[in-house]
Design a protein around this ligand. Structure first.
Ligand code: EPZ
Length: 432
């Protein structure tokens, strides 16, 4: 298993580019299953989860061509099977996004029920309840969700989610695109990735209004066609780089980003003393104010509020802020795994229930730590960049799921970070 070796203390300075959004590319790739014609997607991030999603499409029978690294040309003309197997779904729960498209186009789908993951049980009951409201018959057969549309067609309906669910909203939007009649989703997720998916679906011929608001209306159509679409930039990668500049007391120009996609996170970090300037609609200049950072409380909530996917990174930042910050996680039941590792680096963090209390500013010292999930890994990288001395981060395959070329990008702005592969013995790296 690969590890990162990070020598902290260097302020990051220079220009860094944001890749395409993992959490938009995943549903957009799934959406290509709705059409027999070719869909071309640009700015697909070159990360592990998208490699897995591409494999799923190919296993189902789609043809996927990659004319260049971040462009995928997908033709789901000859879909021969409607099943996403356990060995794939267990590595990436976003495979459940195949359910809606397969059910809508072929009237059947069989997807392994995804297990939980480090941050929570991650059920998909709301997805399945919504499919039943669209007329599907859903059953659980030896760990697989089996869904069938009587007479092969879903019927438009009013779907009211009792809880905001991002992939649940995406799954229903895709299923409803080919349903008979109109579907209205209430309490829909409003993330920018929902809007991006709706834009792709409408380019394919769907008739979707209201994406990005809590009420989405979908008029079902007979079939969907070809399209070409560019995936939006990754707002969480953008937020991660904002923290990287601030926590190392450096100065970064973050390019190819969309600041309005992470307004709440930018607002909160500005309040804590991070200077964030919009140089143009796709570039931010970030540095720490001379006065340093001040602790500020935050609560994670569905978009447009502070995103749960920035919670771990923000916690790392608050270890360097003067004062006490209370960080409350309301989306997932177990998303503080990074806290115990940050404590190993010298952070002062206590938690009760879903609130972590960080006392700063503490001087962080390098140490061996272990990643547990995607955003926890990012949090540990950020803390290691600010720590004195050397940090080894184990299980970095987590970070490879959602951050493209993170070592190259951070090294290019002055970070002392390298990837060590286990079959090299660590002393070789130490001898350098
Ligand atoms: C998406 O996950 C993102 N993943 C997550 O990003 C993100 O953290 C999450 O939305 C919240 O913003 C992708 O888009 C691929 P949810 P998703 O359904 O859709 C509960 C990352 O780091 N729930 O919005 O799975 C659920 O347990 C990842 O990039 C049900 O109870 O999240 C959670 O508590 C991590 N039943 C809450 O709702 C359901 O049927 C929100 O989950 C569905 C969800």
């Amino acid at each position: 298993m690969d590890k990162f070796l990070i020598s902290g203390g260097a302020p990051l300075k220079g220009k860094i580019e944001v890749s395409g959004a993992k959490n938009s590319a995943l549903p957009c790739l799934a959406a290509t299953l709705l059409s027999a014609e070719t869909v071309i997607l640009h700015n697909v991030p070159y990360v592990k989860d998208l490699i897995t999603q591409r494999r799923l499409l190919e296993d189902l029978g789609a043809t996927v061509l990659t004319p260049e690294l971040r462009t995928q040309k997908i033709t789901a003309k000859n879909i021969e099977t409607f099943e996403a197997p356990y060995e794939l779904v267990k590595t990436m729960r976003a495979s459940v996004l195949a359910l809606g498209p397969l059910l809508a186009r072929f009237g059947q789908a069989k997807v392994s029920l995804p297990g939980g993951c480090a941050i929570g049980t991650r059920p998909i009951d709301l997805h399945l309840k919504a499919f039943e409201q669209l007329g599907a018959v859903v059953s659980l057969e030896s760990g697989d969700v089996v869904a069938r549309a009587p007479k092969g067609k879903l019927i438009g309906a009013v779907v009211s989610f009792e809880k905001v669910t991002v992939t649940g909203t995406e799954n229903v939007m895709m299923a409803a695109a080919l349903a008979k009649g109109k579907t209205t989703i209430h309490n829909a997720a409003c993330e920018p990735e929902i809007e991006d998916l709706a834009e792709l679906l409408n380019k394919m011929g769907a008739r979707i209004k209201g994406a990005g608001t809590p009420v989405i209306e979908i008029e079902g159509v007979e079939n969907l066609g070809a399209a070409e679409h560019t995936i939006i930039p990754d707002r969480i990668e953008t937020g991660t780089f904002i923290v990287a500049a601030a926590i190392t007391n450096g100065e970064l120009e973050i390019k190819n980003c969309v600041p309005k996609h992470l307004t709440a996170a930018i607002k909160k970090m500005r309040e804590s003393g991070v200077e964030i300037e919009e140089l143009n609609p796709s570039t931010l200049r970030v540095k720490c104010s001379g006065k340093g950072l001040t602790a500020k409380d935050v609560t994670t909530e569905p978009h447009p509020n502070f995103p749960t996917d920035m919670q771990a990174q923000y916690m790392a930042l608050m270890t360097q802020a003067e004062g006490v910050s209370n960080i409350t996680e309301t989306i997932f039941e177990n998303r503080f795994m990074h806290a115990s590792e940050l404590i190993r680096l010298g952070a002062d963090i206590h938690f009760a229930g879903n609130t972590a209390t960080v006392r700063g500013k503490t001087d962080l010292m390098g140490a061996p730590v272990q990643a547990s999930d995607l955003r926890a890994s990012a949090s540990l990288v950020l803390a290691a960049l600010a720590a004195t001395g050397e940090t080894t981060i184990d299980r970095v395959y987590h970070i490879d799921r959602g951050y493209e070329n993170i070592v190259r990008k951070l090294s290019s702005v002055g970070a002392n970070i390298e990837r060590v592969t286990d079959n090299l013995n660590l002393t070789a790296a130490e001898e350098k």
